[in-house]
Design a protein around this ligand. Structure first.
Ligand code: XIL
Length: 376
């Protein structure tokens, strides 16, 4: 398998566990393999195909110089994991605090990295006062003010915004498949179209994205979600909303069946609306796999490489963001713990910042991708 061949591993900065995978799969002895100082970082392997690689970061993690150096080496683009969410930036109504997000923005600016904005409107992390407002008569105005405020604060500094995150939830039972829960009543597409207008007014140069999850797989629920997302994107275009792209979150897990042909069709439908596409939150849960680290790492890498194939074959795709670069920082450690209590290994780097098979799997997916030509 190309993913685990000696050539691939020869370029890796290897920790003991990864060396064990190499030995187990290549048939060679477990002689230590020295880190290859010249190994091309993922941002370069992506750039060679006209694509971008990037990752989610948190401001406290970036204070560690060793970690920060690796982010600056591997990523062309970064996105704050929580620091721009409403519940973080406006805990007290009318008193915005962007200090944590500013720390990340300063890092991006110092290293010439692009910054993604995540996220202007998301039901999932609202301050308690806003949650209450969303159920009241002023909901629409409060929502639009939030979008204008946060996008306007970073005007000219954020390359691309997830203006709206996770608006689709078929389980909520609306014919539109829009999520009902945050509002406690049906809302129409016009509210979301107005979010895009507000974002565009606040920062006319920013690329504006809709971002959502579970559109890649074979479960019936995922087919429903694909329909809901396409309806959402079509409605934004029909209403004249300034929307430029769709972010496919890509929170994956080995053992969850992918649906590559159906997914490729879905991505083509998104592209045919004139939208670009980005993998915005890639991670690969290993909670269904046995404890053995080599087995897990290899399966995670192979799964990600298979997943990325149809995405990177799509000309509208712009790049891939990993949701966290290092295993220990992954949200999955808390959200979906392994039944055996072992730490998950869902990220491209291990806790010592060594490149894992997943790193190489993503790299090989970039290497195998066609050249992407972009106009902007
Ligand atoms: C997650 C963060 O990674 C966690 O730190 C936080 O506790 C919860 O949110 N989809 C999204 C992201 O769009 O904002 C979520 O991030 C992960 C799922």
């Amino acid at each position: 398998m190309a993913l685990l061949d000696r050539r691939g591993f020869g370029r890796l900065a290897l920790g003991g566990t990864v060396a064990a995978v190499a030995a187990a799969t290549s048939g060679c002895s477990a002689a230590p393999i020295e880190p290859a100082p010249g190994a091309r970082p993922l941002r370069d392997r992506a750039a060679a195909r006209g694509l971008e690689f990037g990752c989610e970061v948190q401001h406290l993690e970036l204070r560690d110089p060793a970690y920060a150096a690796v982010v600056a080496r591997e990523a062309a683009m970064i996105v704050p994991g929580t620091e721009l969410k409403w519940g973080e930036t406006e805990k007290v109504r009318g008193q915005p605090d962007y200090a944590a997000a500013e720390e990340i923005a300063a890092f991006a600016e110092a290293h010439g990295l692009r910054l993604r904005g995540h996220t202007a409107f998301w039901y999932g992390n609202m301050p308690p006062w806003a949650k209450a407002e969303m159920r009241g008569p002023d909901a629409r105005a409060v929502m639009l003010k939030r979008v204008s405020d946060v996008v306007g604060h970073f005007r000219g500094r954020i390359f691309e915004w997830d203006v709206v995150n996770e608006a689709v939830e078929p389980k909520d039972g609306q014919p539109s498949r829009l999520r009902l829960a945050p509002f406690g009543r049906p809302v129409d597409y016009g509210w979301f179209a107005d979010c895009f207008h507000a974002a565009h007014r606040a920062d006319p140069k920013a690329k504006l994205y809709y971002n959502d999850y579970f559109v890649e797989g074979a479960m019936g629920m995922e087919e429903e979600r694909r329909i809901g997302v396409l309806d959402f994107l079509s409605a934004m275009k029909r209403l004249g909303a300034p929307i430029h792209g769709f972010g496919t979150q890509s929170h994956l897990a080995v053992g969850r069946a992918l649906a590559p042909a159906r997914y490729a069709r879905f991505l083509a439908d998104v592209a045919n609306l004139g939208l670009e596409i980005r993998v915005t939150e890639l991670d690969v849960g290993d909670y269904k796999l046995p404890a053995d680290i080599a087995t897990r790492d290899q399966a995670v890498a192979a799964y990600a490489r298979d997943y990325l194939k149809p995405v990177l074959a799509q000309p509208a795709t712009r790049g891939v963001m990993a949701w966290g670069l290092r295993d220990r920082d992954s949200w999955l450690q808390k959200v979906i713990p392994r039944p055996d209590g072992l730490p998950e290994r869902p990220s491209p780097l291990d806790d010592q910042l060594n490149r894992k098979p997943l790193w190489e799997g993503i790299g090989e997916a970039f290497d195998a991708a066609p050249m992407h030509h972009r106009s902007a």
